[in-house]
Design a protein around this ligand. Structure first.
Ligand code: G3H
Ligand code: 13P
Ligand code: ZN
Length: 307
């Protein structure tokens, strides 16, 4: 099946109260692990590519790897740009065949964020491509902002932003942050804020970034085999499940992929110091990505058998 846009995925996810997983991809093993999980679960899928991934793998490589994966499945798959910081990168991805782009103007003042988003919307919509935007700030990718100083999305501004920018989906800040260190105290999301935004934008798909749950099994495994990932904590899975029933139609996961791979690679290195064939450690890493993604699809996102 060719790449698809997210509209039908989100319409159904919204109606039925689940979320579609948006997983960051950087290489062949990650793509294969995610695709195998989605195939077994018969789940819709968003594969997303950051600016860093584009630079690391090259846009052509990423696209061709995903096209190769599509030859082996009839799952609906969206190819999405994650955190496009300017018009040029969004344009390059629209021109390159992405079916969805995120323009991230969340670092800009409100009016400038609207203007940048509008510019991308005009270009992308003329070519049939979906646009996600962001209002409010999370820690991590927006690096100068610390988790404590995250600026949560204002519900009134969200409505105005959507109307004036014309974006198709909106990433909101309600307490998540990127990376492996999300909470120092209690893990909490601002559900009253989400409820309000959702009620003021009925039927409109919202997006949750920074949604890795940082499984402690991977943190402990990585640390047992020489890692130093102290105090890493993510969003508890039950909070993600709750958000998925409140208008969050897309849930972004990258850190958990990194942890799953790295923990398993460390284990192979520690247990088989004589091994030097990359397949010896990349195969278990790929399997760990598959198992982790399958768990998310089935038990957290709720999008199993939703194609
Ligand atoms: O939200 C950010 C994603 O985790 C991508 O991270 O820019 O290091 O590829 P990256
Ligand atoms: P995590 O760092 O929590 O995996 O978030 C990823 C993300 O939001 C990608 O845009
Ligand atoms: Zn993000």
């Amino acid at each position: 099946m060719p790449l698809t846009g997210p509209k039908e995925m989100f319409d159904r996810a919204y109606r039925e109260g689940y979320a579609v997983g948006a997983f960051n991809v950087n290489n062949m093993e990650i793509i294969q692990g995610i695709m195998l999980a989605a195939a077994e679960e018969q789940a819709p899928l968003i594969l997303q590519v950051s600016a860093g991934a584009r630079k690391y793998a090259g846009q052509n490589y990423i696209i061709k790897l995903i096209e190769a994966a599509l030859l082996e499945t009839d799952l609906p798959v969206v190819l999405h740009l994650d955190h496009g910081q300017n018009f040029e990168i969004c344009k390059a991805c629209v021109d390159g065949g992405f079916t969805s782009v995120m323009v991230d103007g969340s670092h800009l003042p409100f009016e400038e964020n609207i203007a940048l988003t509008r510019q991308v919307v005009d270009y992308a919509h003329a070519r049939g491509v979906w646009v996600e935007a962001e209002l409010g700030q999370l820690a991590g990718v927006e690096e100068e902002v610390s988790a404590e100083k995250s600026i949560y999305t204002d519900p009134d501004q969200a409505v105005e932003f959507v109307q004036r920018s014309g974006c198709d989906s909106l990433a909101i800040a309600i307490g998540t942050s990127h990376g492996a260190y999300k909470f120092s105290g209690d893990a909490r999301l601002d559900f009253p804020r989400l409820e309000k935004i959702s009620a003021m934008l009925p039927g409109y798909p919202l997006v949750l970034h920074g949604a890795s749950s940082v499984p402690q099994e991977f943190v402990e495994m990585a640390n047992r085999y020489g890692g130093k990932i102290g105090g890493a904590r993510g969003v508890p899975e039950e909070l993600l499940r709750k958000a998925a029933g409140m208008g969050i139609c897309k849930i972004n996961i990258d850190t958990d992929i990194r942890l799953a791979m790295t923990a398993n690679i460390r284990k192979v290195f520690a247990e088989q110091p004589e091994a030097f064939d990359p397949r010896t450690y990349l195969a278990p890493a790929r399997q760990a990505v598959k198992d982790m993604v399958q768990h998310k699809i089935r038990h957290v996102l709720g999008c199993s058998h939703k194609i």
